[in-house]
Design a protein around this ligand. Sequence first.
Ligand SMILES: Cc1cc2nc3c(=O)[nH]c(=O)nc-3n(C[C@H](O)[C@H](O)[C@H](O)COP(=O)(O)OP(=O)(O)OC[C@H]3O[C@@H](n4cnc5c(N)ncnc54)[C@H](O)[C@@H]3O)c2cc1C
Length: 675
Amino acid sequence: MGREGELWAWALCGARWRARASLRLRPSPRPSPSPSPSRQHFSTSRRQSTSGGGSTNSHHHQYHHQQSQSQSGSRSGFGSHVVLKRWLSRALSFGKQRVGGIPYFPVVLGFAASGCLGTGLLVVFADDHNTSHNPPGISNTAGTGKKKVIVLGTGWGGMSFLKNLDSTLYDVRVVSPRNYFVFTPLLPSVTSGSVEARSIVEPIRRIIRSKGKHVQFHEAECIKIDAAKKVVICKDVSKVRPKGKEEFALQYDYLVVAVGATTNTFGTKGVREYCHFLKEVYDAEKIKESIQNCFESASLPHLNKEDRQKLLSFVVVGGGPTGVEFAAELHDLIYDDLLNLYPHLHNDVKITLVQSGDHILNTYDERISKYAEQKFTREGIHVKTGCRVLGVQDGAIDFKIKSSGQLVNLPYGMIVWSTGIGTRPVVSDFMNQIGQSDRRVLATDEWLRIKNCHGTFGIGDCASIEQRRIVEDVSYLFKLADKSNSGSLTIEEFVEVMEQVRQRYPQIDIYMERQHMRGVLGLLADAVKDGNRGSMQLDIENFKQAISKVDSQMKSMPATAQVAAQQGEYLAHCFNHMAAEVHDNIAPEGPMRIRGKGRHRFQPFQYRHLGQFAPLGGEKAAYELPGDWVSIGRSTQWLWYSVYASKQVSWRTRTLVVFDWTKKMFFGRDSSRID
Ligand SMILES: Cc1cc2nc3c(=O)[nH]c(=O)nc-3n(C[C@H](O)[C@H](O)[C@H](O)COP(=O)(O)OP(=O)(O)OC[C@H]3O[C@@H](n4cnc5c(N)ncnc54)[C@H](O)[C@@H]3O)c2cc1C
């Protein structure tokens, strides 16, 4: 079976697909950037000063729409794909029905048998059947005798935590203004129509129910964390909320903060007013609509060449993975599909990628970064590296080329801003309360406990681990090692103490791996130069010299789904272990304490990097594997398809995503603009 066949088989394996889902895909309260002079109405009506991504005081202007999955199908679908979708829907409902006289069940079973071979990650969660309503004020969850756990956020971190948590051990509530999970890596594909928005989202309640766990979900936004009282204040973000009952409070024993981040504008003027962000599903849909607006407006008969070129000038700010992937998707959409429909606009299109660093994809291997630059340049994407954006106005962006000091004013029809992550207001406020106001994200220790705030944990984009530096503990470690109290260490004593503390300082192993060292003795290479190490004695200075280099391997983790999901999983296991410890008197399993007695309860969190993809358009992608491995080209694009199909959150979304890709291959992308 070919790769495509395999993907189909995966998609069809197993699950039920119910035709109706209860998602709310909300447009951002942030103003819609104006795509063109003639489409001003698109941007101004919901203009606000707060950031996008469901920020605190946004809901007054939110435009909710609730559509069934079947409505979504008819909204976007034409002809055969709708029929096929319906067939799949019925086929996946197993059993009773028949296709052309053949019962569905054996058909699906056949697919399932082959599809199971390629099974990927299936993330399914349990629902809560207790839907008691909280009165305004402090909600009463007492009576169960269980500790109250509140999870803020239903993104990668929050959902991974829920998936792995034994919810029978705690009284668990989830609070999020988004009642669905989004598979963010496919958001750029939504902007171009390669994938439908509803194919990459899954309702939280469905996810929770499918595993039969005991979790309550509240669609609300946390507007304040009161660390002193151990209470979170939440706000109903729906339009139908009863007057005077907008807010409610929930008490917690443990709080998991997984609210993600906003886009960082670095305070650049005009960005919030005129730029699109790419963080949420509604951002992607607005971008898609805006591209189509630009092409339709540019086709109007009364415009001159200058107007057309301005409308068809697309600017992407940010040469990181999201910006690059979006630029590639945009290029494919325009050159594979739109220019077939608007051939008269061929010479007026321009895509510009503005990057402040010297290279795009500069967190990737140099070979990938170079390949991407060359590919983009060859395909006519203008890559402007080493540029600092000075400001954005309606219809033009100003930037400075750092090397020459030259100022550039570039007109645009649509601009997308994709540079780094910023802090959500609720997190900033919380950081002020706990003395972390000088930071961009919450600081946690290696066990993901938020510093200076007992009982709270931070995972995903809203937090970062402040790893303990080994040099801070030099004298403690030296004392620990110097059992004879002689003031110097033998080689054996050095080896013994380093073996003991390796778990506590993960940077030791990373350093040794990077330096190709076989054992901790290798750390002495610089400190002890003579050949006779056996008789060597280390004083505290030698000791410091030997271990201080390992701290150079301490890097903050990237803000990725991979990190967030691993942290959620790790934290859930800690919670499970914590509850078991109370009931079954299980001994701590972590490393020894350096400054205290006994052991830590758990192992510190350790990130396992599984590599990273960079789709580059034209059915080519790059993949950087751990170590020094790099893979670029068409086969890598197929690997990307396979991995992202397998990582879908449910069989429903997996089916839809594979279906969308197949539809794109046969029929191209849809360019209808449906508001
Ligand atoms: C376009 C795009 C492409 C990406 N591609 C990749 C990729 O290919 N690979 C990869 O590893 N990473 C990728 N990422 C990064 C990845 O999506 C993030 O790192 C990941 O989503 C972080 O997970 P999280 O749980 O911290 O936050 P999120 O997934 O952003 O979830 C945050 C949750 O908190 C909720 N929330 C917000 N405010 C509040 C509040 N006040 N109260 C309660 N809940 C709140 C939100 O509604 C949401 O449910 C991409 C990101 C984007 C935007």
